[in-house]
Design a protein. Structure first.
Length: 176
């Protein structure tokens, strides 16, 4: 969990300025395409470990490391985003009783983690000033990014790690 969170924090240091550039080039819709990248580490940890509380710990560690490494969006955003992601991920896996790790569930979780954070980000960063059409389109693109970039990519990465044999000691690697 800590390793994935640390890697994400470093990646986030570099994605933040890329998002600022995307915003200047294509506005809120362009920057919305990268949303899923910010969440992969927590979902991948959950996919590997498959135990209740994994999202809480992983996203908490990730938010803390992000805050310490610096972010163009401010320290509060690290913790609020992590809190939103952990609540939604924990709820979805609890609904499936920590037994369903299919691509569909991973994609559902990736997409579902987006709206709660988007609500908070809209207030924190002034998205509410955007025209309603832009706000809606940005949300749809962010959810799509969560589904594909976070959910599907997590499933693909997780399965590749399982096949490599690196996860034999974890729940994901113990499956038949």
């Amino acid at each position: 969990m800590a390793m994935l969170a640390a890697v994400n924090a470093v990646i986030t240091v570099y994605i933040g300025p890329v998002n600022k550039l995307l915003t200047s080039l294509g506005g809120p819709i362009a920057t919305s395409t990268t949303t899923g990248i910010y969440m992969v580490y927590g979902l991948l940890a959950y996919y590997i470990i498959r135990k209740p509380g994994t999202a809480v710990l992983t996203f908490a560690i990730g938010g803390t490391i992000q805050a310490l490494t610096g972010t163009v969006y401010g320290i509060a955003s690290c913790f609020v985003a992590a809190g939103c992601y952990m609540v939604v991920a924990e709820a979805i896996f609890a609904i499936f009783r920590y037994r369903n790790w299919s691509a569909g569930v991973m994609m559902l979780t990736g997409g579902a983690m987006v709206p709660l954070w988007f609500l908070f980000a809209s207030i924190m960063f002034g998205y509410t000033a955007w025209p309603i059409g832009v706000l809606g389109a940005a949300l749809v693109v962010r959810i799509a990014s969560g589904i594909v970039v976070c959910g599907l990519l997590t499933k693909v990465l997780g399965d590749a790690l399982v096949k490599s044999g690196l996860l034999r000691r974890f729940a994901a690697g113990a499956r038949s």
